[in-house]
Design a protein around this ligand. Structure first.
Ligand SMILES: [Mn+2]
Length: 374
């Protein structure tokens, strides 16, 4: 104990003290929203608690300001988030006749994360990006991004505050959505991204009447039995690499089938890998039809967002994700007489896994084994 504090590692970033660049972007985005009337509210596909919470912060806030909103996400809302007021209003399609003055895109650092069916500019109007990712490939017409913000919900709130909403009179449905975004992206106020602004906004949420226990019950105390059966399938897949500093768990369709589980039941399996003593990076490899989805979690020493970006993904220092295709494998060299042998599916999966593991081991090794300041 104590070494983290002595080296300054893990001390919260300033947060809540936006840079001059952020303040300028905030003024521009606020002016754009002020002058518009109809807004599309969007976020990255496969919504997590922050993406969904941030969308609903904006939706409730803009409605309080007299604007019209339409909420869109290409996939169904995971069961554990359906209690958040307004979640049932999220639609998977946009009626053809709708046109928007602008679209607020939440918690998204890259265009492709919006999904393939994201509507064209003629429908969306300008894209206003409200984000807090550090590793991004920029897109959108105006970008409001602060990597020191705990969650995208915080950015959404800062915009509403610039438009005149006040913490003291936060509507309860908005406060529920904001608290969900805060607790999901801060790990209930544990991760290094937790700062004074996180607690100040959480206090405003509780003052608005939101119960942390009700939120915790809905998010974390309502597991399905299938999710526990799935745990018994996934935990035995544990592998350690890099002298134990990398822990990998693997999830396959077969395991979901055996556990009679749905994707909703996967939950936060990757955290079991990270939580092990001696681990710097925990990973969950979900094997899809033609790609591996890698969910990466760090403890501060290794920048998993940089590893993910090497595979076209992105995220934060301690939480990131990427996909590695194993569909388009090149033909192996043949003997020139018979058909060249094609690698089997399991060989292609093994090759994709090996690339991921090699990149993670390299990042772990180059990060060194001593805690570095900052
Ligand atoms: Mn987020």
């Amino acid at each position: 104990m104590g070494s983290d504090i002595e080296t300054g590692k893990g001390s919260p970033p300033p947060g809540g003290t936006p840079t001059a660049g952020f303040a300028a972007a905030l003024a521009k985005v606020a002016a754009r929203v002020h002058s518009g009337q109809r807004f599309l509210i969007a976020a990255h596909a496969r919504v997590d608690g922050d993406a969904l919470g941030a969308m609903l912060v904006s939706a409730h806030g803009l409605q309080a300001l007299g604007k019209q909103v339409y909420l869109y996400n290409p996939e169904p809302v995971p069961r554990r988030f359906r209690f958040v007021p307004g979640a049932s209003e999220i639609r998977r399609r946009i009626p053809g006749e709708l046109r928007f003055d602008a679209t607020l895109v939440h918690d998204c650092g890259a265009r492709h994360l919006l999904g393939e069916g994201f509507p064209p500019p003629a429908v969306t109007g300008p894209l206003l990006i409200l984000d807090h990712h550090e590793i991004v490939s920029d897109f959108g017409d105006l970008v409001l991004r602060d990597p020191t913000a705990t969650s995208a919900g915080v950015i959404a709130w800062r915009l509403l505050a610039a438009l005149g909403l006040r913490e003291e009179t936060m509507p309860a449905p908005l406060a529920t959505a904001l608290l969900v975004s805060l607790v999901e992206d801060s790990g209930w106020f544990r991760y290094p991204g937790t700062n004074a602004e996180t607690f100040r906004l959480a206090m405003a949420c509780t003052a608005a009447g939101v119960s942390t226990w009700d939120v915790a019950m809905a998010l974390d105390e309502s597991l399905s039995e299938a999710s526990l059966r799935l745990l018994t399938q996934v935990l035995p897949t544990l592998e350690r690499h890099a002298d134990g500093r990398l822990a990998v768990l693997t999830l396959t369709d077969q395991m979901l089938h055996e556990a009679q589980a749905a994707p909703d039941d996967v939950g936060k399996l990757v955290n079991y890998a990270r939580a092990l003593r001696g681990v710097d990076v925990g990973a969950l490899f979900t094997i899809g039809d033609d790609r591996i989805y890698a969910s990466l979690r760090g403890k501060g020493r290794v920048h998993v967002g940089e590893v993910a970006s090497g595979f076209g993904g992105g995220g934060h220092r301690n939480a990131a994700g990427c996909t590695v295709s194993f569909a388009a494998a090149p033909l192996l060299p043949g003997d020139g007489v018979s058909e060249p042998p094609r690698p089997s599916r399991s060989e292609r999966i093994a090759a994709a896994r090996a690339r991921l593991i090699a990149a993670l081991c390299e990042a772990i090794t180059s990060a060194g084994s001593e805690l570095q300041p900052g």
